[in-house]
Design a protein around this ligand. Sequence first.
Ligand code: ARG
Length: 464
Amino acid sequence: MKMWSGRFSQGPNAEFEQWQRSFPFDRVLLPYEVAASKAHAAALATAGVLNHDELATTLFALDQIGREELPAADDPAIEDVHHYVETRLVELAGEVGYKLHTGRSRNEQVATDLRLYVREQIDTVCQLLIDLVGEFVKQAEAAGTNAMPAYTHLQRAEPVLVAHWLLAYVEMFVRDLDRLNDCRGRVNVCPLGSGAVAGTILPLDRAAIAQELGFAVPTANSMDATSDRDFAIEFVQALSLVGLHLSRWAEEFILFSTTEFGLVKLPEEFSTGSSAMPQKKNPDALELIRGKAGKVFADATALFIGVKGLPLAYNKDLQETQQPVLAAAQQVASMVRVATGFMTAVEFNYGRMEQAASCGFMNAQAAAAYLVRQGIPFRRAHELIGKAVRLCVEQSCELEQLSKDDYALCGIDAGEQFYNALTLNAVLALHNVQGGTAAVRVREALQTTKERLSPYVGVAHACT
Ligand code: ARG
């Protein structure tokens, strides 16, 4: 039986009826619909609408509905997940099933189900991000004091520790964790009791309903609660940034795995071959992560556009907000899982990294810094070392290979200390500042990263 046929003298157009159904996608909300229905049933009993036996029968049947296999998505008789649960409840429990909708509306139900879904997905994605960060930290620890070039404008700039480079990504993912956790606070409020738009018609204990579902508090305004999707938009925006970070990471690893760079060794388990070129090992996992990130941004945009023109309160357009949320959550979770697997398996070509870090004049700034320590103003020192670099380019050599006499020609008094200041280790050690790449600072950063993660470890799935 339809949930709304009484006032109609004829049924809907057949194509329209099928076309407006949300059951093909909102069926994944079943566990939350069942949980929210149980909380509402308990509140109905407290309000005297269901007696003790009716409540027991209703809860028993709802539990069974939660365990049963769902009917096919294309079952034409089912409009949406709310309709399904009521229909099945009546089949299992009889006439009492028709009492469950007393004092509630699908408008508040779908808002509640989506919040429960998003809350759970936040916990899942946070746990996955913690696992991903764990792999970055492991690789950073394993990298020890190995060095590599850091690039600006994609040109060699200064040497850094490999661990420092990996920890840069950790920063992005820790910000993602913070953002999702912050968003969770605004997700975790309970719309039940808001009714269709003006608040329920029964004196329901909204605080008790909220508590039963693990929500912090009931929502404050029924019109906002039934039409608000900010929480979903925020969530998908936060996921978009996870996608953006993964995409930047994927792009850099693709680049670094090319023969031209040769810094990253592609793990076979996350690569595929070519049907035509027998020699190929392609970075498909990374490329797909980069490609799929765009779809998450599309979901975020779809949500913005879907909601921007809606007057208060519920409008059926809101049904269209579900698929982008579901798709983005599943997409990002799978992207993070693949990235974690990749980071576990990836190996670095430390020899080549070190070789690349040791040439290309990446010690030029350190050379200027040495002259500054001798009392030469930085701009002058910059100019002098620049001249030395020009000489090196002419002679096809590195700064440390220029002779004392060459340096004298450039106006530089190069003693043993000067040459010592040009070694890779000296250049790295020079960046001894919080957030810098000196080994002692990177060790510190590794330690504080673990401390910064500890509030999140074990918090996920706490359900509050
Ligand atoms: N399937 C609907 C949705 O997802 C449920 C709410 C229907 N409300 C209504 N007033 N028709 O939005």
